[in-house]
Design a protein around this ligand. Structure first.
Ligand SMILES: C[S@@+](CC[C@H](N)C(=O)[O-])C[C@H]1O[C@@H](n2cnc3c(N)ncnc32)[C@H](O)[C@@H]1O
Length: 188
């Protein structure tokens, strides 16, 4: 079943990790062909493994500070690093750095968020980009805390171009939650 109104992204979210990533990151498999990709907060590593298994790219890597031993990952263990993505990534010249459900507001203030983006952007190709999903914006202050204001304030004054792409909208009791994909590109 196709997503209503979406011809270019007919990927039901329930169809596994790989499709969930593509849907959330607004990418098609061909966008990743032979690209250098790092998945920050890769969890069980399924997205990275699927990129490799399906010969989409040979350069897919994952980092997670809670990387558990996994049979599925055994054959690809050189593609994974246990560590925090606030540290310098061990891979350079990246086309894409992804965060999918792995950035949490509790970990960040303006200073360390900007520091992390500055560091990550040094690991990108000049044409590379960072994609972060989700960024949530809540219209009424319902007590929810999100990364949204911090991220927008931090990036506006910096040397980054950034774009927000709406992915989902949910109606709350007294407001609205917009879930967006954030794409960050260092200015040339
Ligand atoms: C909700 S899971 C999402 C996993 C995967 N991205 C997915 O969507 O299936 C969040 C992951 O981010 C990792 N994580 C959170 N903060 C991190 C950090 N600062 N450095 C590295 N990994 C982190 C957690 O260990 C966890 O595996």
């Amino acid at each position: 079943m196709l997503f209503k109104g979406s011809k270019s992204f007919p990927v039901p979210i329930a169809h596994g990790t790989f499709n969930r990533y593509l849907y959330s990151l607004r990418l098609q498999p061909q966008d990743l062909t032979s690209k250098r990709v790092a998945d920050c907060g890769c969890g069980n590593g399924v997205f990275v493994i699927d990129c490799l298994k399906n010969n989409i790219t040979t350069f897919a890597y994952g980092i997670d500070d809670d990387l558990m031993a996994s049979k599925a990952r055994e054959a690809y263990r050189n593609h994974f690093v246990r560590g925090t993505f606030q540290d310098t990534l061990p891979w350079g010249q990246l086309d894409y750095i992804f965060f999918v459900s792995s950035l949490f507001y509790q970990e960040f203030n303006k200073r360390n968020f900007v520091k992390m983006i500055d560091k990550l952007s040094k690991q990108l190709k000049p044409t590379g980009e960072i994609r972060i999903y989700p960024l949530e914006y809540i219209t009424k202050n319902t007590g929810d805390r999100t990364l949204y204001p911090l991220v927008i304030r931090s990036l506006k004054s910096r040397r980054y171009n950034f774009k927000l792409i709406p992915i989902e909208t949910n109606f709350l009791k007294n407001g609205l939650r917009a879930t967006e994909l954030l794409i960050i590109r260092p200015k040339g």
